[in-house]
Design a protein around this ligand. Structure first.
Ligand code: ADP
Length: 218
């Protein structure tokens, strides 16, 4: 199964993708994570992306298409995968169509986690942080660790925030979403693969709704 999770920053794509990976064994291909990994490693791509990402702008189609094309030839994605944060422009969507056609593979569904309330998105993103060791996600007001200052999952006391989770970078990211990514909703609706879900629900409610869509496809 090849699935795209579409939605603005803060809509819960990463959270839902991680659960799908755990429960259905579908690898999560997050271009944001791949770019951050490239930055940590200090590769050429990482260096090129660093400042662009910190400002909340989009990295070039050429770079992200390249990293996705490489990733989908790895053996672990043979049975399927979830794209999280890709495609983000019409150019990327066309590139993905070609990548899949060249490999005789087919896109099964695009699930849009729809949230139109930008204040809610800013609130979600500007309060979030993760455990530096295991990556578990937290939020200043919504989801604090049970014991203050220590990760529920692994006990680590180190946490980190993304440099683009500031209110200012978030405004740029929302603009990029509206201008560059929102047109993909129509693009995939016309192909007949789009499923729109309410992204404002509780994590478990959204998870259940995604589960229903996938069970129907299976
Ligand atoms: P979010 O969905 O919350 O914005 P991501 O981790 O998916 O977070 O992306 C963070 C940043 O990485 C984006 O703002 C952008 O700079 C870059 N990025 C990730 N995926 C893409 C993509 N497909 N095209 C262009 N830039 C991307």
């Amino acid at each position: 199964m090849i699935l795209i999770l579409l939605g603005p920053p803060g809509s819960g794509k990463g959270t839902q993708a991680r659960t799908l990976t755990q429960e259905r064994g579908l690898p999560q291909l997050s271009t944001g994570d791949m770019l951050r990994a490239a930055m940590t490693k200090g590769t050429e791509v990482g260096l090129q992306a660093k400042d662009i990402m910190a400002r909340g702008q989009l990295v070039s189609d050429e770079i992200v298409n390249g990293i996705v094309a490489e990733r989908i030839d790895e053996p672990d994605v043979r049975k399927g995968f979830i794209l999280d944060g890709y495609p983000r422009t019409l150019g990327q969507a066309a590139a993905l169509d070609k990548m899949l056609a060249d490999r005789r593979r087919k896109l099964d569904a695009v699930i849009e986690l729809r949230i139109t309330d930008e204040d809610e998105l800013v609130r979600r993103v500007s309060g979030r942080y993760t455990c530096a060791k295991c990556g578990e996600g937290y939020h200043d007001t919504e989801k604090k660790p049970r014991k203050a200052g220590a990760c529920d999952k692994c006990g680590s006391t180190e946490f980190k925030r993304r440099p683009d989770d500031t209110a200012e970078a978030m405004r740029t990211r929302l603009k990029a979403y509206a201008n560059e990514t929102a047109p993909l909703v129509d693009y995939y609706a016309k192909k007949g693969v789009l499923q729109v879900l309410d992204g404002l629900g509780e994590i478990d409610a959204v998870k259940a709704a995604i589960g229903e869509v996938l069970d129907k496809l299976a």
